[in-house]
Design a protein around this ligand. Structure first.
Ligand code: GLV
Ligand code: MN
Ligand code: MN
Length: 414
């Protein structure tokens, strides 16, 4: 555990500089990709721990690799307020999806520390190690460990290099048998607040820096495999082919059409073809599918329609569809008392009727929901762009977010 003696002021410019710095801790210069339990993750944890210590926090890496900082309360026994977001990223990411929320939380604590102020309750800031799920396919591993919903079946998940999750834990210096120690006792937790870029266009379009989240849409993810018959690209006549990639291509178009018709969002983000040669008809095409909607019912209806459409096409083409569910999370609603705190925070910046937004992006809060109440503050991002290196926020909006997040936290004292 470490603790710095010197209080360090952290303003919006410093919050942005820290996000920028994390963006430089990469394996490939200029390309941000920080996956769970990698050397880049360890470097981000170390930098974050130093900033937490400078804000007066005791720091440690928890049993799942999340970095945690604790700012003691006037009553150390009082249930703790958790603040946080994630430090992992998608491949070729921007700088703010995740880290901005962690850096804002540290900046709020730095302000309290600078004033020598203790709230009645302790605050713990968590930089979750895995939200995106890009290394092991299953998402929210860091926050699910904290929520106490870790699933032992995940240990055998493998990354693209064939490394299992259990091996990755050991390489990172963690003891897999102790992962349960990351779980929090709900009785000891006051709630969870998360600040995050909107990842959509509505705040910017409305000319507002901040908004409050009404719910997080549930997501369903699948790995779909279409199997046909590989064969000679010259020898097999067109009318006798069972081309798996033609099936997958039709599936991608059906998925887009049905998502539009049924007011959902559905994405095929990865596709692989086997055997994979210019002169061989594809015998197998395997692709990911991510489906989300405002309600679980709407999302599930869309998924059923997608399955029916693909099955029908596969039958016509003598192809076989197989389906593996890789992720399922229900829609989650925040707790009114914490939404009120976020509203009070935004009101402190001069907006007492903030935009209310449904998040179709997933967040650590949806995992933490299994353990405690939560609410989220959204910050405008340029053009709604996210999961892309062009992700951008303005310093003025981050300054408003810092004021609002601090006021939201302080409002819980009353
Ligand atoms: C996380 O960013 C997700 O919504 O997929
Ligand atoms: Mn993301
Ligand atoms: Mn995120």
């Amino acid at each position: 555990m470490t603790r710095a003696d010197q209080a360090t002021a952290v303003d919006a410019a410093e919050v942005l500089a820290r996000c920028d710095h994390l963006g430089t801790l990469t394996a490939v210069p200029g390309i941000i990709h920080r996956a769970y339990l990698t050397p880049e993750h360890a470097a981000a944890n170390a930098a974050t721990a130093a900033w937490m210590a400078a804000a007066g926090m005791d720091t440690w890496t928890d049993a799942a690799g999340n970095i945690v900082g604790r700012y003691e309360g006037a009553d150390p026994e009082a249930p703790v307020l958790l603040l946080g977001s994630h430090l992992d990223t998608v491949p070729n990411a921007g700088r703010y999806d995740g880290p901005l929320g962690v850096m804002l939380a540290i900046a709020v604590v730095a302000r309290l520390h600078e004033r020598g102020e203790r709230l009645p309750f302790p605050i713990e800031v968590i930089g979750f190690g895995d939200e995106e799920g890009t290394r092991f396919g299953s998402t929210l591993l860091g926050s699910r460990a904290v929520a106490g919903t870790w699933d032992a079946r995940w240990w055998e998940l493998r990354d693209a290099e064939g490394v299992t999750l259990v091996e990755a834990f050991q390489t990172f210096g963690l003891d897999p048998s102790r992962v349960g120690e990351a779980a929090r006792d709900p009785q000891r937790v006051l709630g969870y607040l998360e600040a995050h870029i909107e990842q959509g266009p509505y705040l910017e379009e409305a000319g507002r820096p901040l908004g409050v989240v009404s719910a997080i849409a549930g997501a369903h993810r699948f790995q779909l495999t279409i199997t046909g018959k590989a064969g000679h690209a010259g020898g097999v006549p067109m009318d006798r082919r069972r081309d798996a990639l033609v099936g997958a291509s039709q599936a991608v178009l059906d998925i887009e059409r049905l998502a539009r018709e049924m007011d959902c969002v559905a994405t095929v983000g990865m596709i692989e073809v086997a055997p994979g040669a210019a002169n061989v008809i594809p015998g197998e095409a395997s692709f990911s599918l991510d489906v989300r909607a405002a309600t679980d019912e709407g999302r599930d209806a869309c998924w059923r329609a997608i399955q029916d459409a693909i099955q029908e096409f596969c039958q016509e083409r003598r192809l076989v569809l197989s389906i593996e569910e890789t992720h399922s999370a229900p829609a989650e609603a925040p707790a009114p008392r914490l939404v009120d705190a976020v509203r009070a925070g935004i009101a402190a910046t001069g907006d007492d009727d903030p935009l209310v937004l449904l998040s179709k992006a997933g967040h650590d809060a949806m995992a933490i929901a299994a353990m405690t109440d939560w609410a989220m503050l959204f910050i405008a991002c340029a053009g709604g762009v996210s999961h892309h290196p062009a992700e951008a926020v303005t310093e003025a909006d981050v300054a408003a977010a810092l004021d609002a997040f601090e006021a939201a936290v302080v409002s819980l004292v009353r």
